[in-house]
Design a protein around this ligand. Structure first.
Ligand SMILES: [Zn+2]
Ligand SMILES: [Zn+2]
Length: 181
């Protein structure tokens, strides 16, 4: 399987639409985020449709990813279910006034294509990456890492919180020791 399976010739996309139902090797999406890797194929179920030289694309995207918890930095698998949606336009039309583009855009991403083909790879990849909110947590109550010793507090409590109750005289000594390091 190569990236060609995500490429479509404009002229071959029918005006009354064509069903898209494919399982695609996750590696073809070039997701090289250090915090997100796909560990399953990507399922695409949707539709491609042509309106003159524009291609309308919509699909439900399903896969599974290994992601990194924002709090404890542990990795875990998570199901991905999201929508990918775009309107592909010939590049010549990119010089239209911005107002007009805004009018047409609505909630749909506009992609400009060159030549006679479009590729769905980037639109689907962006949809997958966007489906992860900035805070990805392995569980809602993830305890994260201790800010002092770096221990994963989900595994076991560390002793830092006990040390916090420190005699101020020892604290001065500790600071001095740190300076000498
Ligand atoms: Zn976590
Ligand atoms: Zn600690």
């Amino acid at each position: 399987m190569d990236r060609q399976c995500l490429v479509f010739e404009i002229d071959r996309v029918p005006e009354n639409g064509m069903v898209l139902d494919r399982v695609i090797d996750g590696g073809l999406f070039d997701i090289e985020d250090e915090d997100i890797t796909l560990n399953q194929d990507v399922e695409l179920k949707g539709e491609l449709k042509r309106v003159r030289r524009d291609i309308l694309f919509y699909a439900r995207v399903g896969t599974e990813a290994t992601v990194r918890c924002s709090r404890c930095l542990g990795t875990f698998s998570q199901n991905v279910k999201c929508d990918a949606k775009a309107q592909f336009k010939p590049k010549e039309e990119a010089i239209q006034s911005e107002a007009e583009i805004e009018l047409r855009a609505e909630d749909c991403e506009i992609e400009y294509y060159e030549g006679e083909t479009i590729s769905l790879a980037e639109v689907v990849r962006d949809a997958i990456l966007l489906s992860f909110t900035t805070m990805v947590l392995c569980k809602d109550d993830c305890q994260g890492l201790c800010s002092q010793c770096g221990a994963n507090l989900n595994l076991a409590p560390c002793t830092c919180s006990l040390d916090e109750v420190v005699d101020p005289r020892f604290e001065k000594l500790r600071l001095l020791k740190e300076k000498l390091k």
